[in-house]
Design a protein around this ligand. Sequence first.
Ligand code: EPZ
Length: 434
Amino acid sequence: MTISAAPPVQLLDSRLEVTGGSRLSGHLRVNGAKNSALVLMAACLLSRDTLRLRNVPPLTDITAMGEILAALGVRVTRHGETIDLDGEHISRAAPPYELVNSLRASFFCIGPLLARMGTAQVPLPGGCQIGSRPVVEHVKGLKALGAQVTIEHGVVTASVQGRNRRLKGGHIHLDCPSVGATETLMMAAALADGETVIDNAALEPEVIDLADLLNAMGAKVRGAGTPSITIVGVDALHEADYAVIPDRIEAGTFLLAAAITRSELSIGPVLPEHLGAVITKLEEAGCRLVADGSNLVISAKAITAVDLRTMPFPGFPTDLQAPFMSLLATAKGTSVVVENIFENRLQHVAELQRMGASIRLQGNTACIEGVARLSGAPVHGTDLRASAAMVLAGLCADGVTTVRGLEFLDRGYANLEDKLNAVGARIRRLSDAA
Ligand code: EPZ
């Protein structure tokens, strides 16, 4: 009996086909913030009680984080955009390698695991398309709290010696205002013995969201949103029922969809104070934005060139640099964009050039000379925000743009094409055997 070899695994060639030229109108709903929900989920490891998180976005990254927490012993129950995380029985302090590899944000587990168990073993997140993504500040901070930390064979092992294996409060000065390091160290310090001060802390809204959650769980965190955060350790944290803040990056992406198609759209919910730099730049480019309750109404007729430089919050966010560049590709005049946060986050320039954009690249600086119209072409998104940028470019291009790299897109945007089609876009998701 001959056993035929299993057919080669067919990679699905999934892609979005975007037909440009539609005007958009209506309301785009903004989901909960991915970059907050992921770290808030990890915080469940700090308590034996159940943490209920609401307004959690339905994203592949969220599913992956749920699987990692379940592998550690957390009981994860999801009802739509609400997730219950019961951390009573943590069975291990090392998330499985194969799961961690799929999700950089799993590194958020190291702080709470170490605080709760006195030990943690988490694979190095490693680099990605946009940069090397080091965790030097995270490791330095954990050592300052009394942990012994080694990195061998790509795995970070942290442990606390001594009778009760409890971290000790300490003074940490971050070399750079790393979002992930600030969040990791806040969680580790929440159960430490004594007071911790984190100087040069990140100011991002997601850091404040984590502090608000930790305080709702009984922690004592002060100063989140300022460069100096003080955490007085407590013996235990309790249950909480907490709603994630709206996603400022998804909101910014939707504002840009309106601007790029010269449409009027309502976007929300939005916390305007989370988008100050973006709102300022959109107004500078010729957009009109008006607050309407928890929504922002944006209208745009003509777009003029503006200069951008990405900075830590409250500066212009690196996550909206690529989507904004899609707008500048057809703005009137010449724009200069400088990417200061990540060392390799300009790969979308080549894709925009394929669509007829006139861009000159010099190191981390792109000089964009606006053209009258982009032309649809097959393009590829190399990270989740670049993928979104290509969809936006397709909305205003002449003809059809085929966007690949949906494995990135679906990590950061829930049902993007459904949402945009509901306000008048023409996008089809196709996936067939390659
Ligand atoms: C968070 O990444 C976000 N991810 C990123 O969003 C976002 O772009 C970034 O913050 C900056 O705002 C999540 O929150 C899950 P960082 P994170 O540590 O924490 C350097 C998206 O598209 N650095 O603040 O990894 C680092 O190399 C993603 O949603 C060090 O030099 O960002 C980078 O250049 C992409 N040493 C800069 O700081 C360190 O020890 C910002 O990194 C740590 C970081």
